[in-house]
Write a protein that binds this ligand. Structure first.
Ligand SMILES: Cc1cc2nc3c(=O)[nH]c(=O)nc-3n(C[C@H](O)[C@H](O)[C@H](O)COP(=O)(O)OP(=O)(O)OC[C@H]3O[C@@H](n4cnc5c(N)ncnc54)[C@H](O)[C@@H]3O)c2cc1C
Length: 393
């Protein structure tokens, strides 16, 4: 059986695995990527979602020289409006203070496509598609993954195989989970009025509804809605024809971007969050959704995953410059130290914000109304919140 030797073996070539592969390959490491699906063909990318890329993530993408490509597909967010139930109770965030944008909306398929195009040009990267990793063992201080026709023998294995990580199951890494017993529906559509680069997040009793400004398509204004609601509601919404769905959505979005004209795509996602109790095993590191996933209320899952990627990039750079072998215990523990708390904090924040906005009785609603009014006027607090969302805190 053919045995491929590498420094780094990445299991899962999604948004995090591909970014990891590219960032570590430009440091000169030999990287192998094993991906379950066929990611090369754009038409086979089924994900219709967009990602709100934070300013912090953009800075790292600039550092590794890929923002030029991704930026071509990005629509900047210049203002965010947080609306509690209706337009009379809201907080505004804008980009004036830092003279930069609050974030960027890009279709996931474009991010992945840019990453794969860059990866294909890297001579020190080998990508194997249609490979599902199930068998892992150790050979001295090396980790080996065994497939049907070949093995990959490596210093360190990076598990970026998503929230249902097979690697995590194989190693029985303990995990805290939360099932919100809800779904998020993602709808991309054309609408009548300019969005003026404003993102909206409406908080309703059954969950938030975000409107994310996208680039124009076919000369039409385009946006994406991410709406969290009960499973029952989302299932019944999906059973309606598009005209009915449009009229329900038009009521919900309260004229913010005019009228919805045409639905382009609809996709649903179960709402579950998790946090691994540790982010490493012997010579194995969990990255992105294989380590953590969150309620999408703040659109921060990939951004936090990209912080894992950046921290790994810096650690590998240091080890490479000292001529040290990647993946020893000190390496793995340092990764855990740099990343676990950030994930724990985001897990708690997204969960608590969801709970606060869900509460619905006269006293609580009044208290929340006062709190929102207070935040809208408290400049320093508002700045701290927007820095956190921008990933520059
Ligand atoms: C509705 C919704 C909206 C969101 N919006 C945002 C947002 O605006 N901003 C943001 O930052 N985040 C957002 N997120 C979160 C973001 O989408 C995820 O954090 C991100 O996609 C995770 O990427 P990943 O590469 O870690 O995992 P995945 O995208 O799940 O990739 C895992 C990859 O591993 C492969 N794989 C799995 N098992 C194996 C195996 N055994 N062998 C080989 N390959 C395997 C899979 O085929 C897949 O390609 C959102 C999430 C949801 C649900």
């Amino acid at each position: 059986m053919k045995e491929i030797q590498s420094n780094i073996n990445i299991v899962g070539g999604g948004l995090i695995g591909a970014a990891t592969a590219y960032s570590l390959s430009i440091l000169g490491n030999k990287v192998v990527v094993l991906e379950h699906n066929d990611k090369f063909d754009q038409k086979k990318i089924l994900d219709k979602r967009t990602t709100a890329i934070s300013e912090g993530t953009k800075k790292f993408l600039e550092e590794i020289n890929i923002w030029n490509e991704i930026g071509n597909y990005a629509e900047p967010i210049k203002e965010i409006q947080i609306i509690d139930r209706n337009q009379s109770n809201k907080i505004y965030f804008n980009n004036q203070r830092r003279n930069s944008n609050l974030g960027y909306i890009v279709k996931n398929k474009f991010i992945l496509d840019c990453l794969y195009k860059k990866l294909q040009k890297q001579k020190n990267v080998e990508i194997y598609n249609n490979v599902s990793v199930k068998d892992i063992f150790y050979k001295g201080s090396r980790v080996v993954t065994k497939q049907k026709n070949f093995c990959v023998n490596t210093n360190i294995l990076l598990a970026s195989d998503g929230k249902n990580s097979t690697i995590r199951k194989i190693f029985k890494t303990p995990v805290y989970r939360k099932d919100y017993k809800k779904k998020a529906i993602v709808i991309n559509f054309y609408h009548s009025k300019n969005h003026h680069n404003t993102a909206y997040e409406f908080f309703f009793k059954n969950g938030p509804l975000a409107i994310l400004p996208m680039q124009k398509q076919n000369n039409e204004f385009q946006s994406s809605i991410v709406w969290t609601n009960t499973n029952k509601f989302i299932n019944s919404l999906l059973s309606l024809d598009d005209d009915k769905i449009i009229s329900i959505l038009n009521q919900k979005i309260q004229g913010s971007i005019g009228e919805i004209k045409k639905i382009l795509s609809k996709q649903t996602f179960p709402l579950k969050a998790h946090l691994n109790s540790r982010f490493f095993e012997n010579r194995i590191i969990y990255l992105g959704d294989s380590a953590h996933s969150f309620h999408p209320i703040a659109g921060q899952g990939w951004n936090l995953g990209m912080q894992d990627v950046e921290s790994l990039y810096n650690l590998v750079k240091k080890y490479n410059s000292l001529g040290l072998e990647l993946g020893d215990e000190i390496f793995c523990k340092q990764f855990q130290k740099d990343n676990f708390f950030k994930a724990y904090r985001l897990y708690q924040i997204t969960d608590k914000v969801d709970s606060i906005f869900k509460l619905d009785n006269t006293i609580i609603n009044h208290a929340r109304f006062s709190a929102i009014n207070f935040i809208e006027r408290a400049k320093k607090l508002k700045n701290r919140i927007s820095d956190f969302a921008m990933g520059v805190n």
